[in-house]
Design a protein around this ligand. Structure first.
Ligand code: G3P
Length: 478
């Protein structure tokens, strides 16, 4: 049978008292590959209690020691990068090479966070009172940063390791405890990550990993009074979480429909390679993927044929073989993508390749002459299908970006830097890339979505700051 994995609580691996497990289906074979525990509400409550207690000790642990433990965690994770990548291949069908990259990037992220945390948290502020009208210089204020308490970290399936550590590392360096709820697809990679964390020697109970069904433990976790911050990456579940969560900081990244605007004077080769890399890597299953191309009519044919040339060269197949396009994460996801494609076809879009699907494997597709009445103009397929809208004016492209509920990133291709800046200013989205594909990294850059794409800003520096609160001590002189 499939391997069954325990969950992690109080520094130990345990089987849930529910006696139930959740299946992880290999997207490539459609067969169960692993089982994880279906944790109970009682187990969630116990994790929160242990986290609270351990956090008190951790917050008093010297900052340099917290950083040292994180560096040790990064080093151990690095040693395990190939085996963890193996889980990613089986659980989320990310190709072998990209799976290793995800883990290595995560090690770098942990170390960088430890370094950055040392610098940020070493400094506070000192203020004096006599700048404000009516005050003498008799009050000194010492402002410092203190941890929030217990952080709930919920990463998505597409980066189960990297988007776990991008929440765990800033939480820990700032002196918080963490409860990790890994995505079901990717849970085992997440548990291996926690094994590395265990070996690094953090206090018992400081970090736990709870697996199971969202329907059973989701609301309890996200509405739990013991949780002091939620860092979530995923789909619209994030919107309902934010409505239910209490008065706590939220860091949420909930998808995107990143527009790529290509002007007449653009380097079309550069644009085409970025569109292919941005649109099709990991089969389009990235929130920062290029999800709609808005190209000026006069250069559309040239751009489209340059993109098609490159799409032709993409290899399609299994992640173990390092193919460019691999099966999408689930059957329901493949069905959703197919629905968007069929809708576009019925409404008269032009297909440059034939629609082809075997199981969850979908061949890359460029859908041209897309119009605003087609669902794919607005919705996020999270698959290797990319719509092209031909525009007559730059304003049309800007409008298309701004009219979407999603507003994560966007990009512009032009050789005219003044135009680029003006368009970037007009695009109401979290990050605009000039002459490059949307991307979250490098991981210390700020990363945020506007509108339905999220709340709060990520990136190492911003995450460290979001996971602290300000505390001040005022000295009153006679
Ligand atoms: O899909 C989530 C996301 O954070 C994207 O990251 O590195 O692929 O731009 P990246």
């Amino acid at each position: 049978g499939e391997d069954t994995f325990k969950f992690y609580t109080d520094g130990e691996w345990k089987t849930s008292t529910s006696g139930k497990t959740v299946n992880i289906i290999n997207p490539s074979t459609l067969k169960p590959v692993f089982k994880v525990q279906a944790c109970t509400q009682d187990e969630v409550n116990k994790c929160v209690d242990s986290a609270k207690a351990a956090q008190k000790i951790w917050a008093k642990t010297p900052l340099w020691k917290r950083a040292e433990t994180l560096h040790r965690f990064a080093a151990i994770l690095r040693e395990h990068s190939v085996s963890i990548a193996g889980c990613l291949v089986k659980e989320i069908a990310k190709c072998q090479k990209d799976s290793v990259t995800e883990v290595v990037r995560s090690c770098d992220l942990i170390s960088y966070t430890a370094e950055e945390g040392i610098r940020i948290l070493a400094q506070g502020k000192f203020l004096v009172s006599d700048s404000f009208p009516g005050n003498e210089r008799n009050k000194y204020c010492l402002e410092s940063k203190i941890p929030l308490g217990v952080i709930l970290a919920i990463p998505p399936f597409n980066y189960p390791v990297n988007l776990a550590v991008s929440k765990i590392a800033p939480a820990l360096i700032t002196g918080n405890a963490v409860i990790l709820k890994p995505p079901t697809q990717g849970a085992v990679a997440g548990l291996h990550l926690i094994h590395c964390l265990h070996l690094a020697g953090f206090p018992k109970g400081l970090v736990s990993a709870i697996t199971g069904k969202g329907s059973e433990i989701g609301d309890l976790l996200t509405m739990h009074p013991g949780i002091n911050c939620i860092s979530f990456t995923g789909g619209d579940t994030g919107i309902s979480i934010s409505k239910k969560a209490g008065m706590i900081p939220l860091q949420m990244e909930l998808g995107g429909k990143d527009a790529c605007i290509v002007l007449e004077d653009a380097d079309l080769d550069l644009a085409a390679s970025n569109i292919v890399k941005g649109g099709y890597s990991y089969s389009g299953q990235r929130c920062t993927a290029v999800k709609v191309v808005c190209v000026m009519e006069s250069v559309a044919d040239t751009l489209v044929s340059a993109v098609n040339e490159k799409v032709k060269k993409l290899s399609v197949g299994m992640p173990e073989k390092n193919c460019d396009i691999t099966p999408v994460v689930s059957e329901s996801s493949a069905n959703f993508i197919q629905g968007l494609v069929e809708d576009a076809k019925e409404k008269g879009a032009t297909f440059h390749q034939e629609w082809k699907r075997e199981g969850n494997l979908i061949w890359p597709l460029l859908i041209d002459h897309v119009r605003p009445d087609m669902r794919i103009a607005w919705e996020e397929p999270f698959g290797p299908v990319l719509p092209v809208i031909r525009i007559k004016t730059i304003e049309e492209g800007i409008h298309h970006c701004n009219a979407n509920n999603f507003a994560l990133q966007g990009c512009i291709f032009t050789r005219d830097i003044n135009k680029a800046i003006m368009i970037s200013d007009a695009m109401e989205s979290g990050t605009i890339q000039i002459n490059g594909a949307p991307a979250r990294g490098p991981d210390h850059f700020p990363f945020q979505g506007l509108r339905d794409s999220g709340i709060g800003s990520q990136g190492i520096i911003n995450s460290i700051n979001i996971m602290c609160k300000v505390k001040s001590t005022v000295i009153n002189l006679p």
